[in-house]
Design a protein around this ligand. Structure first.
Ligand code: NAD
Length: 299
């Protein structure tokens, strides 16, 4: 891997974090977004990350300032990618927007440039042809709060070149990620392929009135040694996201128990402002949730 210049396209929640994490690890980063207003918002968002890197990672003032110095901002796509070895795409999770972006990107990027998508739910094969260079395209998926939750799921589509895959794995490690490699396409990657069924199963145990959230979490924690159970995890994810996911699944399957889960999340939690850790209450109350009490597992 001999990447030097990285362009991050889309400077929202994740794009800002990917760009700063990459610059923090010594790469030259260009941030691209649709207009200067969006880039101004990104500058503000990224400036605020400096304090998080100091608090959470023990970074010095000099280090966080130097990282910012390695970044530039450009709302002209051709100029933003003119020297890019790798373009990481973090634009909205909307198929026509991404397809259109990849068509334009493929036309203006240098021939050697690799493209990687941070999409959470869409597969790279959906966009491979639009890029005009399918062999140089794959998924590179990060988690929110990238500096702490440092997973990078790297997923090939059937046409991805093996060397490109290896180089992107090396790049992910070079920016401080734990590289998790997927040799075939899988919706939800590895993490959500494991997590979503667990969360679904916990919610179903609850609406079938088999057990309460604390008992379900305690079972998982004692039984597997995990530090959190599924309801504690749902509080971290946020109950609005959990509701949107289960509602879509209820509509798609017509499963009445999933409809019950959606109803429960809405009336007992979301309508009451209990959205999880972010609002101080979800299934548990924060900052001192009962599952963190020393006697929780024994009681
Ligand atoms: P966001 O809405 O916060 O940011 C999207 C950015 O893309 C905005 O700044 C917007 O102006 C810009 N944009 C829109 N159209 C564009 C275009 N044509 N070209 C360039 N920029 C454009 O979204 P986000 O939450 O950062 O998500 C972006 C991607 O990252 C999605 O694919 C999402 O699935 C993925 N992702 C998000 C998270 C998360 O927790 N938010 C986690 C992992 C992956």
């Amino acid at each position: 891997m001999n990447y030097t210049n990285i362009t991050v396209a889309g400077s929202g929640v994740l794009g800002s974090q990917i760009a700063y994490q990459t610059a923090f690890h010594g790469f030259q980063v260009t941030v691209y977004d649709i207009n200067d207003e969006a880039l101004d918002k990104a500058k503000d968002r990224i400036s605020k990350l400096k304090a998080r890197y100091q608090e959470d990672m023990g970074a010095t003032q000099q280090e966080v300032d130097a990282a910012y110095e390695r970044m530039s901002f450009n709302s002209n796509l051709r100029a933003a990618v003119s020297s890019a070895d790798l373009v990481i795409e973090a634009i909205p999770e909307i198929v026509p927007i991404k397809t259109d972006f990849y068509k334009k990107l493929g036309e203006v990027a240098p021939a050697h440039t690799i493209f990687a998508s941070n999409s959470s739910t869409l597969l790279p094969s959906q966009f491979a042809e639009a890029t005009g260079r399918p062999a140089q395209f794959l998924a590179l998926h990060f988690a929110n709060e990238i500096w702490k939750n440092n997973t990078a799921e790297i997923m090939k589509h059937p046409g991805t070149d093996e060397k490109v895959f290896e180089d992107v794995i090396a790049f992910a490690r070079a920016i401080g990620m734990v590289a998790l490699t997927l040799h075939k396409e899988q919706p939800g990657y590895i993490l959500n392929s494991l997590l979503v069924p667990l969360l679904d199963a916990a919610e179903l145990l609850l609406v079938k009135e088999i057990a309460d959230p604390e008992t379900i979490d305690k079972t998982w924690m004692v039984g597997t040694g995990a530090p959190k159970g599924p309801f504690a995890i749902l509080d971290v994810v946020g109950l609005t996201t959990a509701y949107n996911i289960v509602l879509a699944k209820a509509k798609a399957t017509g499963n009445p128990n999933l409809e019950k889960v959606a109803e429960l999340l809405k009336t007992d939690y979301i309508d009451k402002g209990k959205l999880g850790v972010a609002t101080g209450e979800g299934f548990y109350k924060y900052p001192n949730p009962s599952y963190e009490h020393p006697d929780f597992l024994n009681s």
